[in-house]
Write a protein that binds this ligand. Structure first.
Ligand code: F6P
Length: 348
């Protein structure tokens, strides 16, 4: 089952699980459609190895997904339909559930496991905000898309002598903005983990102007707070595990920069493009290893655990350790230090 927002790398994980299960253990694999919705409404289909052939390079998920269907708080009335999920699980004669998901999906997986369901997890999300793993599936692919976008903005920024702000996803953490910002050579990178001052950003773009760099690229994470106080919410999705959808803080920052510096400023919000396209080689490799590890965990009966990357090695950790808090950017990490070393301004 794939749950939560989609990302490149889900299909390689589904492929790895199915092939490993069938080839190595002669297990039977059932795909659950549309995340937990499929377990609530009994939407499933048998997965044979031929069904997962050719999907290694495809983005998205052949099973469909949903970031709304929470069995413990279903639909806008927030009904507890978990008994139905257990009934369907039993009727399907399932012996294990592999949940490929981010923070929300893994929380639910943990709750189901606490109630007795044999669950194994695989961490995925472009946000990379899941604890107890170095990387989640999808993050590298999102960074690749965002980096290319930053690369492409450079020429138009330079030609028009403008300040260009590119806003990236990532919810409450700055992983995508930090990595793509460094890879794309952002002059200013704003992430939720580092409170910024607008005066500091203006000082930096004016300094660049003075030394002949008549353009600046500012990479902004959607979870940055306006005036360092207020999250900018684009919409609320009541039935979702996390109802807040962020977006738009860059328009406010752009207005302030224009007022304070007189420099023409434009905004690009990259949005769901970051979740599209083919998985990178890194994500294909990670998903293949995570999928294999998840099947090993099922075989060993190590339920309540998930595949994880620990200092470059494939390992397993209790799902609980991955969901206790959000994994934030470590401000003393070599990457932040290297970015500061090459003169990147974090607005602080
Ligand atoms: O968690 C993945 C993510 O893409 C976030 O980066 C973003 O804030 C959110 O999902 C967008 O959600 P939706 O697809 O519901 O608009």
């Amino acid at each position: 089952m794939t749950g939560g927002g989609d990302c490149p790398g889900l299909n390689p994980a589904i492929r790895a699980i199915t092939k490993t299960a069938v080839f190595c253990h002669r297990m039977e694999v059932i795909g659950i459609e549309d995340g937990y919705e499929g377990l609530i409404k009994n939407k499933t289909r048998r997965l044979e190895t031929k069904d997962v052939s050719g999907i290694l390079t495809q983005g998205g998920t052949i099973l469909g997904t949903s970031n709304r269907a929470n069995p413990f708080a279903y639909s806008e009335e927030k009904r507890d339909v978990s008994p139905k999920v257990f009934r369907n699980f039993r009727n399907l004669k399932l012996e294990a559930l592999v949940c490929i998901g981010g923070d929300g999906t893994l929380h639910i997986a943990h709750e189901l496991n606490q109630l007795g369901m044999p669950v194994v997890g695989i961490p995925k999300t472009i946000d990379n905000d899941v604890e107890a793993t170095d990387f989640t599936i999808g993050f590298d692919s999102a960074v690749a898309v965002a980096t290319e976008a930053i690369d492409n903005i450079h020429s138009t920024a330079e030609s028009h002598h403008r300040v260009m702000i590119i806003e990236l996803m990532g919810r409450y953490t700055g992983w995508v903005a930090l990595h793509a910002g460094v890879a794309g050579g952002g002059d200013v990178i704003l992430i939720p983990e580092i409170p910024y001052k607008i005066e500091r950003i203006c000082q930096e773009v004016k300094r660049r102007s003075r030394v002949g760099k008549r353009f600046s690229i500012i990479v902004v994470a959607e979870g940055v707070k306006y005036r360092d106080k207020e999250l900018v919410v684009k919409r609320r999705v009541k039935s979702s595990t996390d109802p807040i959808r962020l977006g738009g803080v860059s328009y406010r920052i752009a207005r302030q920069i224009e007022e304070l510096t007189g420099l023409e400023t434009r905004v690009i919000i990259l949005g769901h493009l970051q979740r599209g396209g083919k998985p990178t080689d890194f994500d294909r490799i990670l998903a293949t290893q995570f999928g294999k590890k998840a099947v090993d965990l099922v075989k060993a009966g190590e339920f309540g655990h998930m595949s994880s990357l620990q200092k470059g090695e494939i390992a397993s950790v209790p799902i609980e350790s991955a969901i206790s808090s959000l994994k934030k950017v470590d401000l003393s990490s070599p990457l932040v230090e290297a970015a500061r070393g090459v003169g990147t301004c974090f607005g602080d």
